[in-house]
Unconditional design. Structure first.
Length: 411
């Protein structure tokens, strides 16, 4: 049997009829036991406006034998079913019919929207945690410490020993000035050593021992991975020449590919959780640190950069991860997703009014997740709406010309 509320189902010797009208007459449920001629006479006295299929209420026919575009037999629309001019707009339903239709009413509530966005990504180095090791003065490499690109080293680990003739000459001048016993000249000479790149420790050693030391050990300022290494024994260096590049691994980046159509669900600072096949049953928490400005033309995705802590260096660049972007975007007005009627041009919900009446209201929707939909405009917290059985009500409201409440409207 069709969902048409006016179709008649025979139970035993009687007839069960459910009628849906607007403007207050409501659904009616009754058992017809009188003669068939009386019912036929009552129907014959009612004025028919047109015939229609409740599944396609926009189609009107002038012939009772017409079939709708869905192949269903049409039924009459009577003039006395039109809403009265002084009645409040709405479709009325009596309690018995509400129960038969299985209608469920819920209230729009404030809450946190759980995330339904799961994407994939890869681990990469944190390019903000990079140290460049350079020669501060011209010289040559006297020793290397068996390092190679890809080695993991600690902070302060030696990389190479350099012989810097300019440092030796400056230290000799400093010692000569110091022997003059003039504090202002000694201070100026000490400052010159600092400007050449010597540490206070080295200057103090030269001043204490009275011997020059033109050999310096270059050390890594951070713990991490050697990305490049140009220090080779016997190589001559110029001032400012790069010896090594070290990238820290205390934190890593997770570059997640988010479909362009869902990019609006992601915000900087949003929480994220990553799982990797290498560590089953374990989750790594992080936050979105950046949304890169360019989309990937071939995959139509945006790269979302998530920063993860990496204790013990277990997360290694190149690893593949599944990423769940957290729903911590704050409080939002939420309704069940099933309560939203999407027509293609707008979204509607069926409001519950006083005295068992219902009226469509236009809404503007936002994010979705966990069976909930965010309402950006068109509803207020606490307003009640139909979460099931609303499509039949919307069909009748369209048929009887009841306008949906506009966004921002109160009537």
């Amino acid at each position: 049997m069709s969902m048409d509320a006016r179709q008649v189902a025979r139970w035993g010797t009687g007839v069960l009829a459910i009628a849906l009208v607007a403007g207050g007459s409501g659904y009616w449920l009754g058992q017809q036991d009188g003669p068939a001629s009386e019912a036929g006479s009552a129907q014959a006295n009612r004025k028919v406006l047109y015939w229609y299929d409740p599944m396609v209420p926009a189609e009107h026919y002038d012939n009772p034998n017409s079939l709708s575009s869905m192949g269903m037999k049409t039924i009459p629309k009577y003039a006395d079913e039109a809403p009265a001019g002084d009645a409040l707009p709405g479709v009325s339903v009596d309690p018995a019919a509400r129960q038969n239709l299985g209608m469920r009413v819920v209230a729009a509530e404030m809450g946190t929207l759980p995330s339904g966005l799961t994407v994939t990504g890869t681990i990469d180095f944190n390019q903000r945690d990079v140290a460049i090791v350079q020669a501060r003065s011209g010289g040559f490499v006297t020793r290397v410490y068996a390092r190679a690109p890809g080695d993991v080293i600690g902070a302060g680990a030696p990389i190479a020993d350099l012989q810097l003739p300019e440092w030796g000459g400056a230290q000799t001048e400093f010692l000569a000035v110091k022997r003059l016993g003039k504090p202002e000249l000694t201070a100026a000479a000490r400052q010159r050593l600092r400007l050449l790149g010597m540490s206070d420790t080295l200057i103090g050693e030269v001043e204490r021992t009275g011997r020059t030391n033109g050999t310096v050990t270059i050390r890594s300022p951070i713990a991490g991975v050697i990305q490049s290494l140009d220090a080779r024994q016997g190589v001559t260096l110029g001032a400012g020449q790069t010896l090594a590049q070290v990238t820290g691994i205390g934190t890593v980046w997770l570059n997640a590919a988010v479909p362009e159509a869902q990019a609006g669900m992601v915000r900087v600072g949003q929480g994220a959780s990553a799982t990797l096949a290498a560590f089953p049953g374990e989750s790594f928490a992080g936050r979105v640190s950046a949304i890169l400005p360019a989309a990937q033309a071939d995959s139509r995705t945006l790269t979302v950069r998530i920063e993860l802590a990496n204790p013990g260096g277990r997360l290694r660049p190149g690893m593949f991860a599944a990423v769940a972007l957290g729903g911590d975007g704050g409080q939002a007005l939420l309704v069940p997703s099933e309560a939203v009627i999407r027509t293609g041009t707008r979204a509607l919900v069926m409001l519950t009014l006083a005295d068992g009446r219902y009226r469509p209201a236009e809404v503007r929707t936002g994010r979705e997740g966990g069976g909930k939909t965010e309402i950006l405009a068109g509803l207020a917290a606490g307003e009640k709406l139909v979460a099931s059985g609303q499509f039949l009500l919307d069909s009748e409201a369209s048929l009887t010309g009841i306008a949906a409440r506009p966004i921002g409207g109160s009537q």
